[in-house]
Design a protein around this ligand. Structure first.
Ligand code: IFM
Length: 442
């Protein structure tokens, strides 16, 4: 049997990623909590409830798990509605609690990467129109200043906004995130405000902490033509990919938001990234469809032969991660894989998914792509937005009623990879024997 190890560079960041509303519990003062109370918004009427109970202190046991499993970093977010419960009120106790969590990470030998905005808004902000209202920028910056001042002792790596491309698509085109609109005008306004908010946050953070490394986490999704010979499919796929994948990061390089017909100059956004954060899950195929005007005339689907995740949400397409990293190279920045994972309550696909995706990352590193770290989504099963608890992304499973954690084989596999800083043939033989021949041919 062939024996080898795919090594990663020294200092590579290995960890998992989480988000405040998905793990903290009882975030009653934000737009997602309100959304969960409305009928028909969340699958089966499920609610975030206690989530993973982090706000009551269970972060400690989960950080212990991660540290024991060899993670040397963790990506998490802070909840705006806790820190600023009203426009004119700051909650110093909430900030203290986040400081304690950051100290908890560093004491356990994990580098914190903090996301300042991960999908949820304070209720007072959404009542003012949320990201559609240009005033959001005037509120976001004082919030960012407050958080960075409070956490700077422990945190040097910041993501300003998580997946702005998913947020504007889901909230203003698909209508599945609050405020549930299907309105391209609203999407445009929110996009401009997010780019400005990021840009000014970038500058604000560097003013407080000149050595900070600041970026955004984009979701990159391969959007390929269903029939490569069809100019219409190529047109629809190209448009969707431009809007979903390219728009935001290009605006942060050039300071210009280039839409199909108009361009908007946002000069303050130029050059406002120290690293590129890429979230990658899957890729899709796009067929031209006249009925899909709101989606650039493109109907998306997975490859008919693709291996799908438990609820059909993700196609296991590891080569798409390599393509995502290749796409990321054009920005000439260090790259962090800020999310990657799969929903799989039985852990029947996840070990293979992890190995196959990390194999692509290893390949990219060997082509000298500047990939500096990998954060698996997620540490523990958590509240999956409009999909509630029906999708389980954790390395550890969660019994929501009892708050009991269950170690999945993937948690052990990932621990071995983190400790070894590499993937060995022996790990592949034990956790994903079906991959052995193709990865280590004799
Ligand atoms: O759970 C989400 C996360 O909040 C953002 N990226 C995708 C994940 C899986 O759906």
């Amino acid at each position: 049997m062939a024996q080898a190890t795919f090594h990663f560079p020294r200092g590579f960041l290995w960890g998992a990623a989480t988000a405040a509303h998905q793990v903290e519990g009882n975030n009653t003062n934000n737009n997602w909590w309100a959304w969960e109370q409305e009928e028909g918004r969340i699958i089966q009427g499920q609610k975030s409830g206690l989530a993973c109970d982090w706000w009551n202190g269970r972060w400690r046991e989960d950080f212990d798990r991660a540290a024991e499993a060899g993670h040397n970093a963790h990506r998490m977010s802070v909840e705006w509605s806790r820190i600023q419960p009203a426009p004119d009120r700051w909650d110093e106790n909430a900030l203290d609690r986040y400081r304690e969590m950051m100290r908890g990470l560093t004491e356990r030998g994990m580098t914190p990467l903090v996301t300042l905005h991960h999908f949820s808004d304070p209720l007072w902000l959404s009542e003012m129109g949320g990201w559609e209202n240009e005033k959001v920028v005037d509120y976001f910056i004082p919030f960012v200043n407050k958080v960075v001042e409070a956490l700077r002792e422990y945190v040097n790596l910041w993501v300003t906004i998580n997946e702005p491309n998913v947020l504007v698509t889901n909230a203003y085109v698909m209508g599945v995130f609050p405020p549930g609109k299907t309105d391209l005008g609203a999407m445009y306004r929110a996009t401009v405000n997010m780019i400005r908010a990021h840009a000014l946050a970038y500058q604000a953070i560097h003013k407080i902490q000149p050595t900070a490394r600041v970026g955004l986490a984009f979701q990159y999704r391969g959007l390929l033509p269903s029939k490569t010979w069809s100019p219409l499919d190529r047109f629809a796929a190209g448009m969707q990919s431009r809007l979903f994948n390219d728009l935001f990061p290009e605006a942060l390089v050039s300071g210009v938001l280039r839409l199909p017909v108009v361009s908007r100059h946002i000069p303050e956004a130029r050059g406002t990234q120290d690293f590129l954060g890429i979230n990658y899950y899957t890729q899709e195929y796009v067929a031209f469809n006249l009925l899909k005007a709101g989606e650039m005339f493109g109907q998306r689907s997975f490859h008919p032969q693709a291996e799908l995740s438990e609820t059909g949400f993700i196609a296991n397409d590891p080569e798409g991660l390599f393509k995502a990293l290749k796409w990321g190279m054009r920005f000439e920045l260090p790259i962090l894989i800020t999310e990657n994972g799969v929903e799989d309550s039985q852990d029947s696909l996840r070990p293979r998914y992890i190995i196959q995706h990390l194999h692509q990352v290893w390949k990219a590193v060997n082509f000298n792509f500047p990939v500096k770290g990998y954060f698996h989504w997620s540490l523990v099963d958590n509240f999956e937005w409009e999909r509630g608890w029906t999708q389980r992304f954790g390395l550890w499973g969660l019994d929501v009623e009892t708050q009991t954690r269950l170690t999945r084989p993937s948690a052990d596999l990932f621990a071995e990879i983190c400790r070894e800083n590499g993937i060995s043939s022996e790990m592949v033989a034990r956790y994903a024997p079906a991959l052995f021949e193709s990865m280590f041919p004799n």
